[in-house]
Design a protein around this ligand. Structure first.
Ligand SMILES: *Cc1c(COP(=O)(O)O)cnc(C)c1O
Length: 392
């Protein structure tokens, strides 16, 4: 641990505040550090390891592809990406997919497409994209601009122009921005992940979809974190009864390999023409084979188990000593604790449970197939840590 810490400090750019933990292997929802200490993983590499670590079905799909062809340029046809795109479209009703390698890139693609679509349908001045305060859309200069949190903006000016920020759950504010600006799109996470795992009101999301359509602006839903079964539906927007024009996703789609996907509906499917956009690694056959294996298993039975485990967490934590609020959907939950969240996360880790932070809340993103007994064990630890020193 001392060696790796010193070398990391010396050679890795200082962008991450790491916990003092070196994970070396795992299986399912259990991971192990260098000394063999076991942890129940409720973070899944930030919603990436959809079926946990080294899941056998996923591993087989990925290694089979790895043994055939690890990469092919987008100058040629390739099966895994087409299969994955077909699955995504048939499961969502969307029409076409662009593949990239990360959430930020999936959002960049959505933003480029929306700007081009608006230029064609409304006029070249219709460039503004409305996003929400407290949103998170990525770390590139453009997706930072899309991110409605000042803390991420300072030091990196000038950001890409053309973004304005609406108050979440306030339709009047959204309509004001739609009238004051020439808008290409309204873009949102229906569950704001990074800023504390808060789901938007159903009336708001439906109202926003209606308003966007009324002003000719596209509705872009960022499902980078909430997508791929995590919310208890395949995509979280499906809880709201809206049909987006563009959907971006990433994190859990590859089950642990880098992938981003931007889906277009029939309105936006033809926006991009050859030369408009591209990605060398986009549609990588190994990542896409992983994606096919993940999506195949996110069926109604799995989704209802996700919902059942969500209820299990809510039941265990809602009203528990030291727990003030539980928010989110499915297995994407935020927990407001009375104790400082940093202490809670560190003590859970001490006691063999890995949880995440999102601003001032604890964030739980377990693997979708976490066994109930492991989840129960982890919840007992969390309850104990949250209750510590709290008088009832
Ligand atoms: C993580 C995240 C992103 C950025 O994804 P990267 O793969 O880190 O680029 C974008 N949007 C949301 C909602 C996210 O949670």
């Amino acid at each position: 641990m001392k060696d790796i810490k010193a070398l990391d400090e010396q050679y890795i750019a200082h962008t991450y505040a790491r916990f003092p933990l070196r994970l070396t292997e795992g299986e399912g929802s259990l991971v192990y550090d260098e000394e063999g200490k076991e942890y129940i993983d409720l973070g899944s590499g930030i919603a990436v390891n959809t079926f946990g670590v080294c899941d056998k079905v996923w591993q087989k799909a990925v290694t089979e592809q790895l043994g055939r062809l690890q990469h092919v340029s987008n100058l040629y046809y390739s099966d895994p990406c087409v299969r994955l795109a077909e699955m995504l479209c048939s499961r969502t009703g969307m029409s076409r997919v662009f593949f990239s390698n990360s959430g930020a890139e999936a959002n960049e693609c959505a933003i480029k497409a929306a700007r081009k679509y608006a230029a064609q349908t409304l006029g070249e001045e219709y460039v503004t994209i409305i996003t929400l305060k407290n949103s998170f859309h990525g770390r590139t200069i453009t997706t930072l601009a899309a991110t409605g949190q000042d803390v991420f903006h300072k030091d990196f000016q000038p950001l890409t122009p053309g973004f304005v920020y609406a108050e979440p759950n306030d339709l009047a504010d959204l309509e004001r921005l739609l009238t004051e600006n020439r808008c290409a799109a309204v873009m949102m996470e229906v569950v704001q992940g990074e800023s504390g795992v808060r789901e938007l009101d159903a009336d708001y999301v439906r109202g926003a979809a209606r308003l966007a359509a009324q002003y000719g602006a596209l509705l872009i839903i960022d499902e980078v974190q909430s997508g791929n079964g995590r919310s208890g539906k395949l995509y979280a927007y499906m809880h709201y009864g809206v049909q987006p024009d563009i959907v971006s996703t990433a994190k859990g789609l590859g089950g642990g390999l880098p992938i981003g996907a931007t889906m277009f509906n029939e309105k936006t499917a033809d926006v991009f023409q050859p030369g408009d956009h591209g990605s060398t690694f986009g549609g990588n056959p190994v990542s896409c084979a992983g994606g096919v294996s993940i999506l195949e298993r996110i069926d109604d039975a799995l989704l209802s188990r996700v919902q059942a485990k969500s209820n299990m967490i809510r039941t265990a934590l809602t009203g528990a000593p030291g727990v003030e609020e539980v928010t989110g959907l499915g297995l994407m939950l935020g927990v407001k604790t009375t104790r400082p969240v940093g202490e809670v996360v560190a003590e859970c880790m001490e006691q063999g449970v890995l949880v995440l932070k999102a601003k001032d809340r604890m964030r739980l993103l377990p693997a979708l197939n976490i066994p109930e007994e492991l989840l129960q064990k982890a919840l007992n630890v969390i309850r104990g840590v949250c209750a510590k020193g709290i008088s009832q």
